[in-house]
Design a protein around this ligand. Structure first.
Ligand code: CP
Ligand code: NVA
Length: 309
């Protein structure tokens, strides 16, 4: 079997992603109330080690991959650029070849997506994208799991995104094409998602609305999603923040969505900017289910990469 990398959702495809979400639900249910560090009964990745390479900060991705590996019976270690030779200029290619001799898989969080592709080209073990400037596929697996758990099937789903057309939105658009759900994207002009992802969604049969009208995007939505207005590595430009203000997810905007709409945010959140406190802390917010689901989703991604799904 060729090495299975997970740099974007298309690497797995719709059938494998559906299998991942099913398996995540099954494993999650089987270990409800167990201590988080205890391995699943079958410990399918016993003896396996994941190297986690961070060139950007992380809380959820770091902890969820570590706990995911423990629950699958394996373990994980962290290299950050500041304290590894990557930070002193050792190449991605050499790092990939060394880690492939010492570990069973590599998770990379970095800026330029080309670095993740370079890692995958030179690694002989699976490489997983733990976020790049371009995409965040692991987040989307957790988001889809969360949406399904909250009783919203994917076909025909109306997902509304507000604010910056960023990496998290790109992966949601990719999922929309794979699962045929519709996405309304409300951004200020100049902050739209990359057209490649819009086209990918449309080519898969999803309807994608790009609009500057936040209210229109929210009308009748099943799921309302936002993210930080300033992603890691971006400037806190005053003009960007001013342009984003009308796209805040607040009570008035949320009231336009369906009564049973859910609010998602990958976190970390900037309450008072992209989301009001009332929505973030309100009954429609499922952001902490979403955060927990990073563990369950990650386990499925890892199992797929190792050919166990
Ligand atoms: N959502 C997410 O990826 O969070 P971290 O940056 O904390 O990993
Ligand atoms: N768009 C954000 C996501 C963080 C999880 C960023 O790239 O910083």
């Amino acid at each position: 079997m060729a090495v299975r990398h997970f740099l974007d959702l298309c690497d797995a495809g719709a059938d494998a992603l559906a299998a991942m979400i099913d398996d995540a639900q099954r494993r999650k249910a089987a270990r409800a109330d167990w201590p988080r560090g205890r391995a699943d009964a079958d410990a399918p990745l016993a003896g396996h080690v994941l190297a986690m390479v961070f060139e950007k900060n992380s809380t959820r991705t770091r902890v969820s991959f570590d706990i995911a590996m423990r629950q699958l019976g394996g373990s994980a270690l962290v290299l950050d650029s500041a304290s590894s030779q990557l930070g002193r200029g050792e190449s991605i290619a050499d790092t990939a070849r060394v880690l492939s001799r010492m570990c069973d898989a590599i998770m990379l969080r970095t800026d330029d997506h080309a670095k993740a592709e370079e890692m995958a080209r030179h690694a002989s073990v699976p490489v997983i994208n733990g976020l790049t400037d371009r995409s965040h596929p692991c987040q989307t697996v957790a988001d889809l799991l969360t949406v399904i758990e909250h009783g919203k099937p994917l076909p025909g789903l109306e997902l509304a995104w507000f604010g910056d057309g960023n990496n998290v939105l790109h992966s949601l658009l990719e999922a929309a094409g794979l699962f045929r759900f519709n996405v309304r994207v409300a951004t200020p002009p100049g902050y739209e998602p990359e057209s490649e992802f819009v086209e990918l969604a449309r080519a898969g049969g999803a309807q994608v609305l790009l609009t500057g009208d936040a209210a229109a995007a929210a009308d009748g939505a099943d799921v309302v999603v936002t993210d930080t207005w300033v992603s890691m590595g971006q400037d806190h430009a005053a003009e960007k923040l001013a342009a984003m203000a009308p796209f805040q997810v607040n009570e008035a905007l949320m009231a336009r969505a369906k009564d049973d709409a859910r609010f998602l945010h990958c976190l970390p959140a900037h309450v008072g900017d992209e989301v009001s406190e009332g929505v973030f802390e309100g009954p429609q917010s499922v952001v902490f289910d979403e955060a927990e689901n990073r563990i369950h989703a990650q386990k499925s991604v890892l199992l797929w990469c190792f050919g166990r799904l």
